[in-house]
Design a protein around this ligand. Structure first.
Ligand code: NAD
Ligand code: LMR
Length: 362
């Protein structure tokens, strides 16, 4: 008896659809009301695999789950998995999944250049995660050097690639990456992204739960940076419009700011968010590739080079296109409550940015 055909396309496409962030309908609102946008599912438009993507730190907690999700993305023709160890096994395992993406493992510093050559998008989750009691800045000492070295290799081997930086402290590692690329003469501010998508994913989830909304239809812009009080969810710009009394607003804002710590404490020494981060990074990667492919009106919040505030880097919603972050949107109308948080976060974020720049130039 002939074997039944496997229904490959449907599950892959439905998985992809769930990553989708802000779309066309949201952007009309966005133009009308700065960064206030909504999330809408759309039918997948890309049917051909054309992109080459590298994950640096691919054998780690985020790296492995993220690589699985990327292996399911029909836009990715080739997935290169780099780590200091363990990637041949991860690649062999993933290569047995019946999706069209080809996957290759690269282990050890000698293979880094090969892993990067020809890549359109490089995603960096390499580095150590927090343990209970630590701040993200406590990771600086180890992760700053890792990100610097990896970005030097990106500059040498795929200088035109978009770079998605996940390694913490993102508030400092993104400025480090920018300085490395400046020194190499390859810096394009539109191509370096701090991945803050998890803050949006969390905000959408928590607000949908609290207000009994369909989580697929909720969109909360999150601005600032990615650590503690530098994470500023703009609940006044939530879609659909949602009312919070003063206590609810404070509790929701603080929960979103501390959500990473919530996971670190629940994991009790075994690391920080990996699965939700992989999900969020896959969503950001897909948005970057949709932008590269020329799809119109692709938006995500991201920590990028910015002139929205007096700081050189700041997270707001950005429009992704063939050149990367084609447009960095303003924060939009803020309430007095949000203005208060913005005032508090600016000096802290400035300190993290300055620290990253000083490290890269020492
Ligand atoms: N941006 C965010 O929202 C966000 C969310 C969660 C975690 N993170 C950060 O992501 C990073 C990784 O977290 P994780 O849970 O996957 O950690 P992990 O320890 O599970 O994995 C990290 C991986 O990086 C690899 N690595 C270390 N040095 C490397 C180098 N020089 N080159 C290549 N690979 C190297 C390790 O071998 C390991 O496989 C941490 O810094 C964490 O704080 C960021
Ligand atoms: O909290 C962490 O250390 C990891 C990450 O930044 C997160 O927000 O989950």
């Amino acid at each position: 008896m002939a074997a039944a055909a496997m229904p490959v396309a449907a599950p892959v496409l439905s998985a992809r659809a769930s990553f989708r962030g802000s779309s066309k309908s949201s952007v009309r609102r966005s133009t009308a009301k700065a960064a206030a946008t909504t999330t809408r599912r759309r039918v997948a438009t890309a049917t051909t695999s054309e992109y080459k993507v590298a994950v640096l730190g691919a054998a780690g907690g985020i790296g492995q789950s993220l690589s699985l999700l990327l292996k399911m993305n029909p836009m990715i023709a080739q997935l290169n998995l780099y780590d200091i160890q363990g990637t041949p096994g991860v690649a062999a395992d993933l290569s047995h999944t019946n999706t069209q993406t080809k996957v290759t493992g690269y282990a050890g510093a000698d293979s880094l250049a090969d892993a990067l050559k020809g890549c359109d998008l490089v995603i960096i989750p390499a580095g150590v995660p927090r343990k209970p009691g630590m701040t993200r800045d406590d990771l600086f000492e180890i992760n700053a050097g890792i990100v610097k070295t990896l970005c030097e290799a990106v500059a040498a081997n795929c200088p035109g690639a978009l770079v998605n930086i996940i390694s913490n402290p993102v508030n400092s590692t993104v400025p480090i990456a920018a300085e490395v690329f400046k020194k190499a003469g390859t810096y394009d501010p539109k191509k370096v992204f701090g991945v803050t998508t998890l803050d949006v994913v969390r905000s959408n989830t928590f607000v949908a739960e609290a207000k009994g909304l369909d989580v697929n239809d909720v969109d909360i812009p999150v601005v600032g940076g990615h650590a503690g009080i530098t994470i500023l969810p703009l609940l006044s710009q939530s879609y659909p419009a949602t009312k919070f009394d003063a206590d609810e607003l404070e509790a929701m804002t603080v929960r979103i700011q501390n959500a990473g710590t919530e996971v670190v404490e629940a994991k009790a020494g075994a690391g920080s968010a990996t699965l939700s981060m992989a999900y969020a990074a896959a969503r950001m990667a897909e948005a970057c590739l949709r932008g590269l492919s020329g799809e119109a009106d692709v938006y995500e919040c991201s920590y990028v080079a910015s002139s929205v505030t007096e700081l050189p880097f700041f997270a707001t919603k950005v429009r992704l296109g063939p050149g990367g972050a084609e447009e960095v949107l303003p924060v939009g109308d803020l309430t007095e409550y949000e203005k208060g948080w913005l005032e508090k976060l600016i000096p802290e974020l400035k300190g993290s940015i300055d620290k990253g720049i000083a490290f890269a130039n020492k």
